[in-house]
Ligand binder design. Structure first.
Ligand code: NAD
Length: 354
């Protein structure tokens, strides 16, 4: 951490507690909303209906067509639906895909979002939106898409399968890792990042062993909140650039890709980011946090290589080209050779370099 910094607190309210989805109607009322639309994926439609029913006349219904990476057609359809229903706000019940759909609606109409996250991805903490058209995902920052209120109810994560819990947890850890060496980091963000990593690496093995335990789920979601907040406050570097490229161009799955790449990206940067390394050593209790994260992911049954996720040898050159085409802040210089070695190791699931 440098001795000089800027810090802007993001304006939002957070409620955290098991069963706190019961406070949603109060939250809707306190924001002065009268006709909210409840968003979800098809898979979480029943939960969304339950939430909508609990709101009575405050809800204009459920739109359960959210999809990964917010296809533009889905966004347009949801915007039309929200407009025709006269929605004055959205309740996003789900993971990053559902929150992303709420953001697409907010971007068009400025309607506030109340998010009830059910994964650890962290989108609810950020002013970043994404839309995918013709296979290309465009992202941008806009304060209108930052959820106004977030209700973290760990009970909503009990149904998240163990495999997804682990990879989603690593997705969150990746935000904190990069926030620790972000060009726009600050002491308070570093505190949140360190505590977020500590909570998640402690909670994930317990979630894997006993996924119905609400205390373990609370600890993991608490960590995810902190990690998400660090994502919303800073600019991400090499790791997120690589995952964005692999997801966007080769359609690799989001959380799993983060899980596989993170130890290699951290190993690449660690020596050039001594303060981040020290924070991660404290958070993990390990001398080599990159090796530790790799071993933890394997112990918890996460995918071991990008090849397992569908990447092929001949695609590495394109990935290197895309990830090095435009300059961005990173603790260590991003070279084509360095990225090729990093991605090749991740492709094969090689041991993480010391
Ligand atoms: P997701 O929202 O796509 O969810 C994956 C699947 O799991 C869906 O079918 C969903 O319905 C289901 N699911 C979610 N929670 C569940 C639960 N508790 N129980 C059972 N099933 C559940 O996955 P995600 O990883 O949360 O989000 C990934 C997307 O979010 C990507 O498109 C990514 O780019 C985006 N994202 C955006 C930001 C941002 O700041 N804009 C941040 C993080 C992620």
């Amino acid at each position: 951490m440098s001795n000089s910094f800027f810090y802007s607190a993001l304006p939002m309210r957070v409620s955290f507690g098991a069963g706190y989805r019961s406070k949603l109607a109060d939250e809707v009322n306190s924001l002065g909303l009268k006709r909210v639309l409840v968003l979800a994926t098809e898979y979480q439609k029943d939960l969304a209906q339950e939430i909508s029913d609990s709101l009575g006349e405050l809800s204009v219904g459920v739109y359960a067509k959210a999809q990964m990476h917010v296809p533009i057609e889905t966004a347009r359809d949801a915007q039309r639906y929200a407009n025709e229903a006269g929605a004055d706000g959205c309740v996003a019940v789900g993971g990053g895909s559902t929150t992303g759909l709420g953001k697409a609606i907010a971007l068009e109409f400025g309607t506030p979002i109340i998010a009830l996250p059910t994964t650890y991805a962290g989108s609810e903490m950020t002013p970043v939106w994404g839309l995918t058209a013709d296979g290309v995902k465009k992202t941008g920052k806009d304060s209108r898409v930052l959820p106004t209120s977030v209700i973290y109810d760990p009970e909503l994560t009990l149904s998240l399968p163990v495999g997804m819990s682990i990879t989603s947890g690593f997705n969150a850890v990746a935000h904190a890792v990069e926030a620790l060496y972000a060009p726009d980091g600050s002491p308070i963000i570093s505190l949140m990042a360190e505590e977020g990593v500590r909570s998640l690496v402690g909670a994930l093995p317990r979630v894997a062993a006993d996924s119905d335990n609400i205390d373990h789920r609370s600890e993991a979601l608490y960590g995810a909140w902190l990690c998400g907040a660090t994502l919303g406050a800073t600019t991400m570097s090499l790791h997120h650039k690589l995952c964005h490229t692999l997801g966007g161009t080769f359609n690799l799955p989001h959380a799993e890709t983060h899980t596989v790449v993170l130890p290699y990206a951290l190993a690449y940067n660690a020596k050039s980011a001594p303060h981040a390394l020290a924070a991660l050593q404290r958070a993990t209790g390990a001398e080599d946090p990159a090796a530790y994260l790799r071993q933890l992911s394997l112990d918890l049954g996460a995918p071991a290589s990008l090849r397992e996720l569908g990447l092929r040898d001949e695609e590495i050159a394109t990935a290197v080209d895309l990830a090095t085409r435009n300059p961005y802040a990173n603790p260590r210089e991003v070279t084509a050779d360095g990225v090729r070695k990093l991605l090749t190791a991740a492709l094969n699931g090689d041991p993480v370099p010391a």
